[in-house]
Design a protein around this ligand. Structure first.
Ligand code: PDD
Length: 293
């Protein structure tokens, strides 16, 4: 395959080396992007309407602010074909939520999408594979069952946090097959009515949180279990909190419409916050007197 000399980036036709995307682009940081690949034959896009319709749907599902106009996308494809003198091959188009020079799970509403496209010349029809066929193997479909790997594949979490924000909440706890997996960017914990501290066991279903492990190493004689729990069990719990390097030990006082406990951070959560802040070297009396109560 040969990439065409000219690419399209945010309204401009540039040579490939001229095209620069911010490292804060959400396509890079969160996989917060959609794409299309359209076949080109005889210098024309094939099935363009289908690709544009799916693109429109994908953009709508991600709810980008100010998504690109579809007729302009179609025009740009035609222009790239001409500029690169492409007869047979494909056009790759990616639209990300854009960059604003920072990293938050939910982007500011004013963020302008990044639109990038390039052409690839290649034989599509008369190839050895088309003539003779290919071999295939079967593999487990693990999309995306490998949450134990800390990848930047964060689109699902981004959407979860966006939904949370729209609902007036600050975080989302994700549920699979009736069980809480973890928070969108944190591990989830509850304190049951029997005063048992519970967090889900490590597996491919969750990220093995460093904060989680650090908290576990400081539990003292608290009664602790590693197992999955349902949203209902969490709602009926005495306390709930989440752990992450970005929010440390974060009390969760409401889940959906249900207040947890009395709706304020409970004593076990407070003791874990305290122990964690102290381990960090914080003067808790000075910086977090509320954690001593
Ligand atoms: N997120 N689970 C998920 C899905 C996470 O993204 C994170 C961290 C955690 C907690 O892991 P740790 O305790 O090692 O931070 C659990 C980081 C903080 C983020 O994306 O901002």
């Amino acid at each position: 395959m040969a990439v065409g000399d000219f690419v399209f980036l945010d309204g401009a036709y540039l040579t490939a080396p001229e095209a620069r995307i911010s490292p804060f682009d959400r396509g890079f940081l969160f996989a917060d992007a959609v794409y299309e690949v359209t076949a080109v034959y005889d210098g024309k896009c094939f099935d363009m309407d289908g690709h544009l319709t799916r693109l429109k749907r994908s953009l709508g599902e991600l709810a980008f602010d100010a998504p690109p106009a579809l007729d302009q996308i179609a025009e740009m494809h035609a222009e790239l074909i001409v500029r690169n003198n492409l007869t047979e091959g494909q056009i790759y188009l990616q639209v990300s939520r854009g960059a604003y020079g920072d990293r938050d799970f939910v982007a500011p509403a004013s963020t302008v999408p990044t639109v990038f496209a390039f052409t690839q010349a290649k034989q599509l029809i008369d190839t050895a594979a088309s003539r003779n066929g290919i071999r295939a193997i079967t593999v487990d479909d693990i999309r995306w069952g490998r949450r134990d790997i800390k990848t930047t594949q964060l689109l699902a979490q981004t959407l979860a946090k966006q939904t949370a924000k729209q609902a007036g909440a600050q975080d989302a706890w994700m549920v699979e097959e009736g069980l809480v997996t973890e928070g969108a960017s944190a591990n989830a914990w509850i304190v049951t009515q029997d005063d048992v501290l519970v967090t889900r066991q490590i597996s491919n279903s969750i990220l093995s949180g460093i904060t989680r492990a650090s908290v576990i190493s400081r539990l003292g004689n608290l009664h602790f279990e590693e197992r999955a729990f349902t949203p209902d069990e969490a709602k009926a719990a005495k306390e709930a909190f989440s752990t992450s390097a970005s929010a440390l030990v974060m009390p969760v006082v409401q889940l959906d419409d249900t207040q947890i406990g009395d709706g304020t951070p409970g004593p076990v959560t407070r003791s874990i916050q305290r122990a964690y802040y102290e381990a960090m070297g914080a003067n808790v009396q000075a910086v977090a007197p509320w954690a001593l109560a």
